[in-house]
Ligand binder design. Structure first.
Ligand code: KMH
Ligand code: ZN
Length: 311
């Protein structure tokens, strides 16, 4: 029997969906983002997917200076692969969204593979009072968000980061059409194998979090990419741990973190990113798989190496 590859755990530390009112655990100061990232890496995350936040009120930020306040600290404290988001606040231009990765030249970046509705406005109904002024309108207005990722945007990111900085992408695919977008881009030479696909389930605007959909996405990717890809699963909210568990059993990698879910179990808020990493690690190991170290993840994804980043 072929030797099973190890499971890469990605942890997405803070993101652009949740707001400080929703959980005291959601980090937004540089110190808290760095500490939670370090703890998540110690718990077993090989890759840290990072957004920045405004330190005074937790607002979503793409200001490179806000990244500068935590990236070197994380690099000093861990060997984890740093993955910088190019999603931004879901509302920025592609040039704005590129700025942090252009400056810091990380080993990895997210790259969203299609334009879509991307909404979390139903969350607003759960809260009567809010910690900060911006939060309520941001969450409510997400019902008008179009997350723009045109073919030209994708090509711009591929050139600016892939060609010029040897960045490897976490190709975020929220629906089956995004796999075909990715295949088209591969056929036109934008990306080289092995690609790393993040199958995303449960975002309002994307495919739902049913196991059938995971199998369908995986089968479609197998057909389109053959052996030339690595894959991982991100389930939003309550789907996070169940879908990650299924993914690891099907030979895939997993993503957890407070960006995607604030919970550790049904109705119970997570205390930290590290708690979610520890939980999925325990499950993956109990079910007979081994987790990948950061260097093993570098090998599996053919990354350029931590010595070639600019922070
Ligand atoms: N929060 C995820 C569902 C990005 O950073 O580019 C999407 C995401 C996008 O991670
Ligand atoms: Zn993200």
């Amino acid at each position: 029997m072929a030797k099973r590859a190890k499971t890469i755990i990605t942890c997405a530390i803070t993101g652009a969906i949740h707001t400080p009112t929703m959980s005291d655990a959601l980090p937004y100061t540089a110190t808290d983002i760095a500490q939670q990232a370090e703890d998540a890496a110690k718990a077993g995350a090989a890759i840290l997917h990072l957004h920045a936040r405004r330190p005074h009120d937790g607002g979503v930020s793409i200001d490179p200076d806000h990244f500068a306040a935590f990236l070197p600290r994380i690099k000093q404290a861990t060997n984890a692969v740093i993955n910088i988001s190019t999603g931004g606040s879901l509302q920025n231009t592609i040039e704005e969204r590129l700025a942090p990765a252009r400056r810091f030249s990380p080993e990895m970046c997210s790259l969203n593979m299609g334009s879509m509705n991307f909404s979390f406005h139903p969350l607003a109904k759960r809260y009567e009072t809010w910690k900060f002024d911006w939060e309520k309108a941001y969450v409510e207005n997400s019902d008008s968000f179009i997350f723009r990722n045109t073919f030209r945007d994708i090509a711009t990111v591929a050139k600016a980061l892939g060609d010029e900085h040897s960045v490897k992408f976490e190709h975020e695919c929220y629906d089956v059409g995004h796999l075909y977008n990715l295949k088209f881009c591969m056929d036109t030479g934008l990306f080289k194998a092995p690609i790393f696909i993040q199958f995303i389930f449960g975002i309002l605007g994307g495919i739902g979090p049913e196991l059938d959909n995971l199998v369908f996405m995986k089968r479609t990717a197998d057909r389109l990419f053959g052996d030339d890809y690595q894959w991982s699963v991100l389930g939003a909210g309550g789907a996070q741990i169940p879908l990650a568990t299924s993914a690891s059993q099907l030979g895939g990698n997993v993503r957890v973190g407070l960006e995607d879910s604030l919970f550790i179990s049904r109705g119970k808020l997570a205390e930290s990113n590290a708690q979610q990493v520890a939980k999925i690690r325990r499950i993956v190991e109990d079910l007979g798989c081994q987790i990948a170290t950061p260097d093993e993840a570098r090998d599996m994804l053919q990354l350029k190496g931590a010595d070639r980043v600019a922070f």
